[in-house]
Design a binder for this molecule. Structure first.
Ligand code: PLZ
Length: 451
């Protein structure tokens, strides 16, 4: 009998932590694979960088051509603990050898309960809480709405301008932007209403309290508190452009919701788990949401999501009313417990805050010499620049596209976002080192200079 040794490329923090280009980006092997993708994969599934991943860890991602790229995106804010973080890998391997699935609704397992206990402990507020686990952010947002409707006996839901909550039918309705998320995919779920946000850079000095009053007046007139089950909001908007509402905006909304028995749902899918320099972004504003939706960073890259909140609200749906075949999959739960351990005990909350200071300082330095950088904003390791035409203040999506493409060509993964497509966002893994951040920002600076 002959045995073949398969060499598996190892990711994790052991991967050499530097940017290294050995081919153009994309290289020949990535281009070949992109040709196969075009034939095999539905055209609607886009790829930002036509590069195929080989391994990833710390602050880098290596591709199939041997290039090492700096990761300033974390797979859209997922790998906060780092890709293939050792604790996550060990926990997953151990669990995968025990059992891969039983369906929690058929026979239960302790990992699911332990993740719920951790979420109940870590989310804002020390009231009695319950959690339920799902697979994706969108699925968890949908379930939060189901729970709020069941609790209140009302149907209307308010979401905000620039909101992003997912791509399923209900969450498309909650999401604001038509292209690429909604266009051609309707009709959308009914009883969803949109309210104006607080967007300090484009709000002409409107305070948080004033912006909340503006939103509340519209909700009262156009929906009516008596019909409203829930208000859903990202404490810092993600896809919509990393918009940090003016201080007091979120608190005023929470206050109004309490007064009218409307369930306040914080969508912390992108902001959760140390990302913003606090375990949850709601903490920056001192708010205690009724329900908190989490996903992305929760499990170090495995698909898991959750709804956590007030026990009386969470327990409203009848037994059997919540679930799904894979929700709270045991392997994903094992990964989440290891990831949460790292967030809590490896200083990652503090690290996110430090990364934020470094990013803000460097980007504000660039802004001082470049009037096309209209705004630098965000919190912790969730920072963005909004690019504009300096003569008019109008969003400059073309410049944004050119800068992102120039970064990609130099081996730096940056993502864009924003309703107007004119925001470059930085979401590095919290496991990245300062030298990689500086190298990545040098590339961003050069890309801006040449675009
Ligand atoms: N809520 C706040 O950021 C996902 C989506 C990228 P899923 N954001 C990235 C894309 O183009 O699909 C997100 C989010 C917020 C909900 C979601 C949805 O999470 O896990 O993608 O369903």
């Amino acid at each position: 009998m002959t045995t073949t040794t398969v060499s598996i490329p190892r990711g994790g923090p052991g991967l050499e932590q530097r940017r290294r280009l050995v081919t153009e980006i994309p290289g020949p092997r990535s281009r070949e694979l992109m040709d196969r993708k075009r034939i095999a994969v539905a055209a609607g599934v886009g790829v930002s960088l036509p590069v195929f991943t080989e391994a990833a860890g710390g602050g880098v991602l290596t591709d199939v051509d041997g290039n090492s790229l700096i990761d300033l995106g974390s797979g859209i804010a997922v790998t906060g603990v780092g890709n293939s973080a050792p604790g996550v890998v060990d926990a997953v391997v151990e669990q995968v050898q025990r059992f891969t699935h039983s369906c929690f609704m058929i026979t239960a397992y302790d990992g699911y309960v332990a993740v719920c206990e951790a979420l109940n402990r870590l989310t804002p507020g020390d009231h009695e809480k319950r959690s339920a686990l799902f697979n994706t952010g969108a699925e968890a947002v949908e379930n939060a709405v189901k729970i709020a409707r069941s609790y209140t006996g009302r149907s209307a839901v308010v979401a905000f301008d620039h909101a992003y909550h997912g791509r399923t039918n209900l969450t498309m309705a909650l999401t604001a932007k038509a292209m690429p998320y909604k266009s051609g995919f309707g009709p959308f779920a009914p009883e969803i209403y949109r309210a104006p946000l607080s967007y300090p850079y484009r709000d002409g000095g409107v305070t948080g309290r004033e912006a909340a009053a503006r939103a509340i007046q519209q909700i009262e007139k156009q929906v009516g508190a008596a019909n409203l089950a829930a208000v859903v909001i990202e404490p810092i908007q993600g896809e919509g452009g990393f918009i940090v509402p003016a201080p007091g905006f979120l608190a005023a909304l929470v206050e109004w919701c309490r007064l009218h028995d409307v369930v306040f749902i914080a969508d912390e899918v992108q902001t959760g788990f140390a990302r913003t320099g606090r375990m949850f972004a709601s903490e920056h504003e001192g708010i205690v949401p009724d329900l908190v939706v989490t996903a992305k960073g929760i499990a170090g890259g495995l698909p898991l999501s959750a709804v956590t909140g007030r026990a009386d609200i969470m327990d409203a749906p009848h037994v059997g009313g919540l679930g799904g075949t894979y929700g709270g999959n045991p392997v994903a739960c094992a990964a989440a417990l290891a990831a949460i351990e790292a967030y809590e005990h490896d200083g990652l909350v503090e690290r996110a805050a430090q990364i934020g200071d470094l990013l803000l300082e460097r980007l504000r330095g660039l802004q001082a010499d470049d009037p096309r950088i209209g705004d630098v904003r965000g919190r912790g390791a969730m920072i963005a620049v909004e690019l504009v035409d300096p003569s008019t203040g109008e969003p400059d999506a073309q410049l944004t596209g050119r800068v992102a493409a120039a970064c990609h060509a130099q081996g730096v993964i940056v993502l864009t976002c924003g309703t107007f497509g004119n925001v470059i966002r930085f979401l590095p893994p919290l496991a990245i080192g300062d030298d990689l951040l500086h190298d990545g920002l040098d590339v961003v600076a050069a890309a801006l200079a040449s675009s």
